[in-house]
Design a protein around this ligand. Structure first.
Ligand code: SAM
Length: 447
């Protein structure tokens, strides 16, 4: 069996067995197996594709095996997902995909299971992906879309609601499709620490579409770049750059301002805001509940001039002195459903019940943020989720005045405010903006 397929299999199994994150385990597996660039890309596509599309592949396997995929051994089910992905979504010849899958299953579960896998894979290869979709996902119901685009049905429902609330009813297929396309890697060349043109030259990438600091990479491992190693640039979705940058640009920075990042780990926004704070000679407190994530914040801000960012460990609901901060970013813990492109397994890890707890936490954090804000201060409420309950419904419970976030986003991105929807908040979308589905509201405490 090929080393790349073995790496993909180990990754899929680690995600299933150990609750691992594919993007965290994959680099180690690739290094261990000493895959070259081409095989590493192949293994990554196999594993991420299988993890993303497993909802659709389970529906196909159920028909082909005439068995509930849940009843299969995890080893067999994982191997079949990877096999199905090769046949249905990549240009791997059927005979190779079948024999590699059978070899894998034989190694893991013996001859009987290999015979079964052989029969299932042969049936899978009998139809094209489109032909299978007419069998497993006919029509345009929510359930059919869930299978076709391999998302949990409740997530499709939440996305439909969020799109409709944003004047984008009818875009659901485009959104679900965008979630299944791997996101290109974007760096932030942190202002004052790195020069964007130099990072473009260093990486062979291109300037981003929205953020003045963004560099979009064609390919490659960003960890190997000098600017990333020293911390003057870092991987950061353009949506995150826009949301954090909008707070900095919402109005002129006055001397002596104090800024707070209430939920800072792992520190992407803290580093961007810290870099901007340093340019203005103002200070940023970065707070994080979990000590190990606070360590990540310290590492993330290492290139920001000393004395600008102070990292603290604590629960933001009980932290700080009231009326202290002129700017606060509350990048709230959320379902993460706006970042499904980057985390292939994450759509299957949440369920609707998680939302209630998250929303309660988001509301409590926002209530605390309101108190920590100085009169006249501004708060950015941000989520990497478009879910209505986590976004506009949380903000609508605030006692603060909502500013038109479109103005700050337009100023930052060199666009005009009406391009960013009906306001006053801004909702970014993978299919429309090529970013994660970040939500941004700017709230102001009356002076
Ligand atoms: C969405 S992430 C923030 C991402 C971060 N702003 C960035 O750009 O890298 C939310 C963070 O909030 C932290 N968190 C959760 N509950 C918290 C609380 N009560 N107080 C402070 N931080 C909390 C989580 O551990 C997590 O690191």
């Amino acid at each position: 069996m090929s080393a790349a397929r073995d790496v993909a299999y180990r990754c899929v199994m680690a995600v299933g067995d150990d609750d691992a994150y594919a993007n965290l385990v994959m680099p180690g597996l690739i290094d261990q197996a000493r895959l070259d660039g081409r095989d590493a890309a192949f293994a990554t596509e196999l594993a991420y594709g299988a993890l993303r599309m497993r909802g659709q592949y389970d529906a196909i396997i159920a028909k082909a095996a005439r068995r509930d995929p849940e009843s299969l051994d995890p080893e067999v089910r994982s191997a079949l997902w990877i096999g199905a992905h090769q046949v249905l979504a990549m240009r791997v010849p059927s005979h190779a995909a079948v024999s590699e899958t059978v070899d894998l299953v034989r190694r893991e579960r013996g001859q009987g299971a290999a015979k079964f896998a052989n029969a299932v894979m042969r049936r899978v290869t009998e139809k094209t992906a489109d032909a299978w979709l007419t069998v497993i996902a006919p029509g345009t119901s929510r359930a059919a879309k869930a299978v076709r685009f391999s998302h949990p049905e409740w997530v499709v429902g939440e996305f439909e609601r969020a799109l409709a609330a944003d004047g984008r009813a009818g875009e659901i297929d485009a959104l679900l499709e965008a979630d299944n396309a791997p996101a290109r890697v974007t760096l932030a060349a942190r202002p004052g620490l790195a020069d964007r043109d130099e990072v473009v030259a260093e990486t062979g990438g291109e300037p981003g579409r929205w953020s003045p600091w963004a560099v979009t990479l064609a390919s490659g491992r960003p960890g190997d770049l000098a600017s990333v190693t020293e911390g003057s640039a870092a991987v950061q979705d353009e949506g995150s750059q826009v949301a954090a940058g909008a707070l900095a640009l919402a109005r002129d920075v006055e001397p002596g301002e104090r800024w707070l990042d209430m939920c800072a780990g792992p520190g992407g926004k803290a580093a961007l805001l810290g870099a901007i704070a340093a340019q203005h000679g103002v200070e940023l407190d970065a707070l994080e509940l979990h000590p190990h994530r606070a360590d990540l914040v310290r590492a993330s801000v290492r290139a920001v001039p000393d004395g600008t960012v102070a990292v603290h460990v604590g629960d933001a609901r009980e932290w700080g002195d009231e009326g202290t901060y002129q700017r606060i970013v509350l990048d709230a813990p959320c379902s993460g459903l706006g970042a499904l492109r980057r985390r292939p397994e994450s759509r299957w890890r949440r369920d609707l019940d998680d939302l209630d707890d998250l929303v309660a936490l988001q509301r409590a954090l926002l209530a605390r943020a309101e108190r920590l804000l100085a009169p006249g201060g501004i708060l950015a409420y941000i989520t990497c989720s478009p879910v209505v309950a986590e976004t506009r419904e949380v903000v609508s419970g605030s006692t603060l005045r909502q500013l038109d976030a479109r103005d700050a986003v337009a100023a930052l991105t060199g666009t005009s405010a009406p391009e960013w929807g009906a306001g006053p908040h801004v909702q970014l979308w993978p299919h429309a903006h090529g970013t994660d589905a970040m939500f941004l509201a700017l709230l102001e405490r009356p002076a």
